[in-house]
Design a protein around this ligand. Sequence first.
Ligand SMILES: Nc1ncnc2c1ncn2[C@@H]1O[C@H](COP(=O)(O)OP(=O)(O)OP(=O)(O)O)[C@@H](O)[C@H]1O
Length: 339
Amino acid sequence: MASATAPIRTAVRVEDLVKTYAPVRARRGAPAAPAVRATDGVCLRVRQGEIFGLLGPNGAGKSTLVRQLTGLLRPDSGAVEVLGHDLVRHPERAARLLAYLGQESTALDELSVSLAAETTARLRGMDTAAARAARDEVLAELELTQLAARPLKRLSGGQRRLACVAAALVGDRPLLVLDEPTTGMDPHARRAVWAAVDRRRAERGVTVLLVTHNVIEAETVLDRVAVLDRGRVIACDTPGGLKATVGDEVRLELVWRERAPVEIPEVAALAAGAAVTGRRWTLRLPPAAAREAVALVTTGEAFAALDDFRLATPSLEDVYVALGGRAAGQDGAEGLVKA
Ligand SMILES: Nc1ncnc2c1ncn2[C@@H]1O[C@H](COP(=O)(O)OP(=O)(O)OP(=O)(O)O)[C@@H](O)[C@H]1O
């Protein structure tokens, strides 16, 4: 975040951004696809030095939005300004202003880890010596030195992703746009990525725009988050501010052994407010009601039928559901908590 004395500058300004993908006509057995309004009037402001998240289920429009922000996809209408530059009129300026890590790595796959980082640094204007120094630094930082000689296509999925992150981080761009950077990584690698990102923000005031499904990760690394659903921003705040929108409700999860003992009237009463998935009930309750419910299910007949229970304060996922976004697992959306 910007220091208390420095003026807060806007790194990214997005105004009323619209992109509709054209419909596809039916051809040789392939069904027709209707037009999709993938971004539908998106407005955003990202401050300089901020780690800003775009959160939302599959198909919400996150990648479409970032591809417009990075000059790779022309919007139908609306404005995109990065560090004062109009990227709709001058998309070619994006390469100087930002590093973009997309979901695919195909362009680098033939290169070794070392060459991928060095070539990217050279493409970003560093001379050979500086590019090699930046390469060595980032490979050490992400613990990739041992894999330096290996071509990306011969790495595991998580290792390949880490090598792509390394390439994105070289060259000192003031804005990092990272689309699901930690997909497939183990917790150790994830931590290394977040530490590297945070270091650049702290030492160089780098701004980070991060696309994620992963609510848990979002809660721990983001300063602010915009929740996107069906091409629209349905909320934008700090993780804490968003959580406050669900008030002080707590989440109670009950897992029954075989079936819920709904013949017990108090259990039947709980059922009315529960989201049921198989043997699991999820309830959102004020703290006092949650305490009562816990007392009920941890005594007598109800307890005998109970396999497990968990009481949790609201998460961003609760916020997301409360905001009316498509709940995890519905409409083809994957679970929001994707480890
Ligand atoms: N090239 C394309 N042509 C037509 N429709 C597309 C195209 N790319 C994306 N879409 C559609 O636009 C909508 C937004 O897609 P987008 O990839 O931006 O979502 P997303 O939030 O990034 O999803 P995910 O989390 O799965 O990456 C979806 O309905 C998708 O099917």
